[in-house]
Design a protein. Structure first.
Ligand SMILES: Cc1cc2nc3c(=O)[nH]c(=O)nc-3n(C[C@H](O)[C@H](O)[C@H](O)COP(=O)(O)O)c2cc1C
Ligand code: SF4
Lengths: 474, 237
């Protein structure tokens, strides 16, 4: 029977007093309703996190987007730790990890049979393009000597060829960015490979960035720029636009270098399935795909955090694209972006890369974020382990700077040796995994050697889920 | 006709349908002789005469495709009729004459030397150029001078839309109509001395005319600085 709504319900007892209702009986704080205390102290908004609030405060003060170095802070990206190796057990036979050998020789750009000097690297890892300008001259030289010691390559980056690096690097890739800083036919001919860069993982779709504090007299001369300007470079190449023109451009570079050295195309990972196919069709010898985790000397923060696709997903798509257009074996695939160790590198090889390159990891090996000169980290508002201030040129440890005083803090001879040792250790990590998986060459690592530990990683890569042994599939 | 022939003191090289690598090899061999070179039956092929050395006189009969004279390091190049995109791109030194029309991105990223176009030029003349001079007797296309670092673009027959867009320290000189200006351009009245400098470039081409009404375009420098002027604010980001 329905209640008669015209008559208010009455308890069969007296209504409790406000004091009692508000928990005041047990000493709750005045002026604050008792509830979950943390919602008062910490807040609970999933939209307006402390980071989101400080971001708005920063934008409201600056009136423009923020720029910084290092790499993405987007927490949604998968990590290579979402994948694990499944070494040989009963169905496969492992190699003796401590005794048997595993080949690491890596040849890039020889697949089409078009160039006289394909790159023969002793290890499947090389040092990514980090421009002189972004890095100091001694950092560049250290990278060169360290890489030479272990038989691998460094890349000029967009700032032109630095003599110190050419001298240090037994194998040097010369990058031609859309801005074409310091282009010189002699430099092209002294290079061991050429690279046309159409994008990078840290800021796909956007040109290079070097803030005024790093546009020193030497940098300004090499880049034909007024000293101290904030260099924001073009992203569209000056002399080609689409794939058909690119094919003609590649031919021009081959003629200019007399068909001696391979031509690379480097891109940020956005639509690798199509972009890689187009680059391969246009005639590249090597395609480099740089995932959203890729490092940078300076990028708009929004592009760092909110553009591009993860490296692991890009590799699979790129490899499938090359397979589909019959270019596997003809065109080499290099992957980069977020690689921290030989383990990460081995996962990239297993996913389908022929080689990997490292940027941030090489900087860290040189001493980036090492706990020294603490007061200078503090002056930047940061601390060792958290620094991402390459854009300021005030690198506390003298790597990402053009300031002589700071640069002198990096010992170039020690830096070279650290790079050599780090690359050696990475290579040992790769071979240890490869041998456990029963491979006599690191290039025999395959997707079947991996299992995914998260739905996400499985869905992104097609790698089978651990245990159930099926890819998370639509 | 054979592929490489001699006519008077000239070496004559046939292009036709031959592989461009072979054609360029013949051109390079001919360059080594120090004799004048005439390239015939060019069929508007791309990549003719790339990376040519100093002290070479070479003529392309008819029209050529993309990147003719690209990365030139000193050759004196004459193209009888039209050229495709990016003639003389990345050129460090030398002289290129285009008898007719030049396609897009004439002199892209060039460092030095002179390009002389007798007809009109397409869009993006002198894009990203680092030095040298580009003289166009006709009109230059849209967005000419885009982000030119240094050097001069001189147009005697006007300019299209978005002229002198986003310059660094390059200069665009226009006699005649300018359809519209690009971003961050200052149009300034050149001094007599500056006009004399430009006339000195035009003089050997026989193009000096004192009645011209020049407009000299340089960077307004409003796009040169993004951050470093408020460094104290962003150092801590
Ligand atoms: C300091 C620094 C400078 C860089 N400069 C360039 C450059 O000039 N051109 C380019 O294509 N990529 C540049 N990159 C991107 C790297 O070549 C590479 O794609 C990236 O660092 C790979 O990701 P990782 O840092 O996670 O290894 C730079 C990266 C860093 C860290
Ligand atoms: S320590 Fe130097 S190289 Fe490392 S993030 Fe900071 S500024 Fe960049």
């Amino acid at each position: 029977m329905a209640h008669d709504l015209s008559k208010p319900y009455e308890y069969p007892f007296d209504v409790a007093s406000e004091e009692e209702i508000r928990f005041r009986d047990a000493g709750a704080v005045d002026g604050r309703p008792a509830g979950v205390p943390s919602s008062y102290d910490e807040g609970g908004s999933t939209r307006w996190t402390p980071e989101a609030i400080s971001e708005v405060h920063a934008l409201a003060q600056l009136g423009r987007y923020q720029v910084r170095g290092y790499n993405t802070f987007n927490k949604q990206l998968p990590t290579f730790d979402d994948l694990t190796f499944v070494p040989a057990t009963m169905t496969r036979l492992p190699l003796e990890g401590y005794r048997e050998s595993c080949d690491t020789t890596t040849v890039l750009g020889g697949g089409r049979g078009l160039v006289e000097r394909p790159l023969e690297l002793k290890i499947p890892i090389y040092i990514a393009s980090m421009s002189f300008g972004a890095l100091s001259a001694s950092a560049k030289a250290s990278l060169g000597y360290g890489a030479s010691k272990v038989g691998t390559m460094t890349c000029t980056g967009e700032g032109g060829m630095l003599e110190e690096e050419r001298e240090a690097s037994q194998r040097l890739l010369y990058q031609m960015s859309p801005a074409r800083y310091g282009v010189d036919l002699d430099h092209l001919r002294r290079a061991d490979a050429l690279e046309l860069v159409v994008g990078q993982g840290a800021k796909p779709g956007t040109g290079g960035l070097l803030l005024g504090m790093k546009v020193s007299p030497r940098v300004s001369k090499m880049r034909t720029l007024p000293e101290g300007v904030d260099q924001r470079s073009t992203i569209r190449h000056p002399d080609f636009l689409g794939a058909d023109d690119l094919a003609v451009k590649i031919e021009e570079l081959r003629i200019a270098t007399n068909y001696q050295v391979p031509i690379f195309i480097k891109m940020g990972a956005t639509r690798p399935r199509f972009d890689v196919a187009v680059a391969a069709k246009a005639g590249a010898d090597v395609v480099v795909v740089d995932g959203a985790e890729g490092g940078t000397g300076a990028s708009p923060e929004l592009l760092l955090n909110h553009t591009g696709i993860p490296t692991m997903s890009a590799i699979r798509a790129a490899r499938e694209a090359l397979d589909e257009c019959g270019m596997t074996g003809k065109v080499s695939l290099v992957a980069a972006g977020g690689i921290r160790s030989g383990v990460d590198a081995a996962k990239c090889l297993a996913l389908g890369a022929d080689a990997v390159m490292i940027g941030n990891a090489a900087m860290v090996a040189l001493g980036c974020n090492s706990p020294r000169y603490l007061e200078d980290y503090a002056a930047l508002g940061t601390s060792p382990g958290a620094c991402h201030h390459c854009h300021t040129g005030r690198c506390p440890v003298g790597i990402a700077t053009q300031d002589e005083e700071l640069e002198s803090r990096m010992n170039p001879r020690a830096g070279a040796e650290r790079i050599a040792r780090y690359l050696t250790a990475m290579t040992m990590e790769i071979t240890a995994l490869a041998k456990a998986c029963g491979k006599s060459s690191v290039h025999n690592l395959e997707t079947e050697d991996l299992r995914a530990l998260s739905f996400q990683a499985s869905a992104f890569t097609g790698v089978k889920m651990a245990g159930i042994d099926r890819a998370f599939d639509w | 006709m054979s592929e490489v022939a001699e006519r008077m003191d000239e070496i004559v090289i046939e292009v036709g349908k031959r592989h461009i690598r072979e054609v360029n090899r013949d051109i390079m061999d001919a360059c080594a002789t120090g004799r004048p070179i005439r390239v015939v039956n060019t069929l508007s092929r791309h990549n003719l005469g790339v990376g040519l050395p100093d002290n070479v006189d070479i003529t392309f009969e008819g029209s050529v495709g993309y990147y003719c004279g690209g990365l030139n390091t000193g050759a004196n190049i004459s193209i009888e009729r039209n050229c495709g995109w990016a003639v003389g791109e990345g050129m460090a030194k030398g002289h290129i004459t285009v008898g007719g029309y030049a396609g897009m991105s004439c002199g892209a990223a060039m460092i030095g030397g002179t390009i002389h176009v007798k007809g009109d030029a397409g869009p993006r003349v002198g894009v990203a150029m680092k030095g040298g001079n580009i003289v166009v007797e006709g009109k230059i296309g849209y967005q000419s001078g885009f982000m030119a670092h240094s050097g001069r673009i001189i147009a005697l027959g006007g300019a299209g839309e978005s002229c002198a867009d986003a310059l660094w320290e390059g200069e665009v000189w226009v006699a005649g109509e300018v359809d519209s200006l690009g971003v961050d351009v200052d149009v300034i009245e050149p001094t007599a001395e500056e006009v004399a400098e430009v006339d000195a470039i035009l003089e050997p081409l026989g193009l000096v005319d004192s009645s011209r009404n020049w407009r000299k375009m340089v960077s307004g420098q409003r796009l040169w600085y993004f951050e470093s002027r408020d460094a104290s604010a962003w150092l801590m980001i």
